[in-house]
Structure formats: C-alpha cells, structure tokens
Design a protein around this ligand. Structure first.
Ligand code: G6P
Length: 366
C-alpha cells in the first residue's frame, strides 16, 4: 500500500488532500435536484418508517461528527436527536421508543463499543441505520441497512476524510428527512447547490497548507491549546483539539466559545494559543465578543473565518480565511485548517503522524 502515498510524506497529509474527491464520491449519484432532495439507496430499506427521534451512537471522531448531525437533524428536519458515546449508552438504562432511529456511526465499522451499543439498541427495539466507511464491516452488516461514507481507505490513525464524509452524509440524510417534513423546495435546492459546490471550495481551502505550516512554526513549542467555536463549530473545535492531541501529543481542549467565561478563561495567558472557528455568519458577532475577552487577557489567537469577513483582523494574531459558504457548510470547510495545524505541529515536533503512540485505527476491544 506504500505506493498509494504518491509524493506525500504521510498518509494523514494525503488523506487531507483526498477530501475534495472523497466528497465528490459521497455525493455521486445521490443528489436529486428534480425533487429537491437526495436519493440514498440504503434508506429504501426503511420503507415507511418515519423516525420521531434519532439517537446517534459513536466514539471518538465519529462522535464529534454526530454532534454536527444533531444540529442538522434538528434544524432541517425538526427531529429531536441525541448523540451518545456508545461506551456510555451501553451501560445505561436508555430509553428507546419504537420510532427511534439509531444511527451507528463508525469509520471502521468494527469499534467494539459502537457495535455493543448497536446490539443493545436493537434489543431495546430500535430501528438501526449504519453510517460506516468500511464496506461489509461488522457494524454495516449488523445494521442491515445504511449509507456508506465512500471516503475510500483511510490509513492514517487520525481520521480526516472520513470525518468530512460523515458530515456530508449527515447533511444529505437531514435533507432527506427534512423534505419529508416540510422543508421547502427552495431550501432543498439551496442545500443541494451548496453541497455541489463543496468539493471546489475544499480545493481552495487546501491552498492554505503553506500558510498554516508557517503559523505552526510559531507555535511548535506550545504545551497547551484551546479550541473554541459555537453552534456547528463547537464540534469542530472538539475535533480540532482531538486531532492535535492524537498526532502532536500537545494537550488541547475544545470548548463552546461562550463557556470560556465560566471557568476556562482562568487558563488564558500569553502562553495559551487559542484556535477560534468563526465562519458561521449568524453567530459571528457573538464569537467576536468572546474573542475580545481573550484578547484582553493576553491570549494568542488564531481565527478561522470566511474570507469576505474582516471582523477579526485586529483581534487575532493570525487570520486563516477560508472560502465563504452557507452556514451549514462552512464548518465542514473550517475543519481543513485544523487538520493542517495538527499535522504540521506534529511533524515539526518529530511525531509519527500516521502511527501515533498508544493509538489504533480501530479499537476492537471494550
Ligand atoms: C479509534 C480511532 C479514532 C476513531 C475512533 C472511532 O479510537 O483512533 O480515530 O475516531 O476509534 O472509530 P470508528 O472507526 O468507530 O469511527
């Protein structure tokens, strides 16, 4: 498989660059503009089942994607959604109603905790749906129906393109349920257009690689990082922090930006870099005022923002401008700079990015 690397020094970097094509593959043949919806073959297996609740079971990066899915399902389809760590769900007396759709989400399809959670939810009468990358994996088979992520093989232990394709797939699924539940043709078409543009916008986002490399050099000696964001970008902050921990071994924490003031703001000094993800226009001003509070306390600030926006220019030490997109899509793009940041910091610190210590690509023990 080494030949698959091409000119890339690591799988993680190659897989970051795979993302525009991975998204194209995820969308391929699934957008149905004539009906302002999507066509996901795995859903025909659901027949007339209409979920009144969704529960997403996942671990690690997949759990972060689930948090984005919760907002998509609630916002676009008005379906109350919960996201649970599969390892916690399985040992809780969880309530599963007959019309609960349980989504088991897993890149590998082999994670022991997710598999056990899926089995427990089935015993409790849930209708399962798999969102899995590896075709024919155990979770995919035991769900009996699902939507493959089509990210292609992911070798890097740190998930990158599979996370992106989870977000894209969750958005498609929420369009499907949304259109069954009153989403307008107009909104359906807008979202399909936004999805169709995503691979091109992602290609433009990849052009930030060298800029983020340069920024990373300034922070290579940091001991800690905070990642903050709001709404859909809170899970992006969690995922950015996880990526950094996994590959660079730098301690990092992801937080909802407005929660800083309830404790973590005590951590802010000039030694604490803060990565702010602020691409969603509806909440941007609120994030800016959160950032002002950090600035006043001397924190070093890196902001990821949409390129037409200059609100953070005098607040931040570094502004990473990504292409402007719909508020539901821009957080997907905003993930890419956090992947580059983790990758470059890890390489600068001499870490083995594709095989980080103590980690496995898929954890098949409880
Ligand atoms: C392992 C991997 C993580 C991954 C998690 C869930 O811990 O190191 O990168 O997010 O498992 O994996 P899954 O295959 O179920 O998505």
């Amino acid at each position: 498989a080494a030949s698959d690397l091409g000119d890339y020094p690591h799988y993680m970097l190659k897989e970051i660059y795979d993302q525009p094509q991975a998204v194209r593959n995820a969308l391929g043949g699934r957008l149905l503009p004539s009906e302002a919806t999507v066509r996901l073959a795995g859903l025909t297996e659901l027949g007339g089942f209409h979920p009144s609740r969704i529960k997403i079971l996942a671990c690690g990066t997949s759990w972060h994607a689930g948090l984005v899915g919760k907002t998509y399902f609630e916002e676009l389809a008005r379906i109350p959604t919960e996201v649970e760590y599969a390892s916690e769900f399985r040992y809780r007396n969880a309530v599963i109603e007959p019309d609960t759709l349980v989504i088991a989400m897993s890149q590998s399809g082999e994670t022991a905790d997710t598999l056990a959670g899926l089995r427990e939810s089935k015993r409790r009468g849930a209708t399962p749906l798999g969102l899995v990358n590896v075709v024919g994996s155990t979770i995919a088979r035991e769900c009996g129906r699902g939507i493959y992520l089509r990210a292609g093989v992911e070798f890097g232990v740190a998930a990158t393109k599979s996370f992106t394709n989870q977000l894209v797939t969750l958005l498609m699924l929420s369009i499907h349920f949304g259109r069954q539940r009153g989403m307008s043709i107009r909104q359906g078409l807008e979202l399909l257009n936004a999805l169709e543009e995503l691979p091109t916008l992602m290609e433009r986002t990849l052009e930030l690689d060298s800029k983020i490399h340069a920024i990373s050099e300034e922070f290579a000696d940091a001991d800690n990082f905070l990642y903050i964001g709001r709404a859909l970008e809170y899970p992006i902050a969690l995922e950015g922090a996880l990526k950094l921990k996994e590959v660079s071994y730098i301690h990092a924490e992801g937080l909802p930006a407005a929660e800083l003031k309830h404790g973590p703001i005590a951590l802010i000094t000039p030694e604490m870099p803060i990565v702010v993800t602020a691409t969603q226009s509806f909440i941007r001003e609120k994030v800016a005022s959160n950032v002002q509070e950090i600035r006043a306390r001397g924190g070093r600030i890196i902001v990821i923002v949409s390129e037409e926006n200059h609100e953070f220019d005098r607040l931040a030490d570094h502004v990473i401008a990504i292409p402007t997109a719909d508020d539901l899509i821009s957080p997907i793009l905003a993930t890419v700079p956090t992947q580059f940041l983790a990758y470059h910091l890890a390489v600068l610190r001499g870490c083995d990015v594709d095989q980080p210590r103590n980690l496995a690509k898929s954890v098949t023990v409880e």
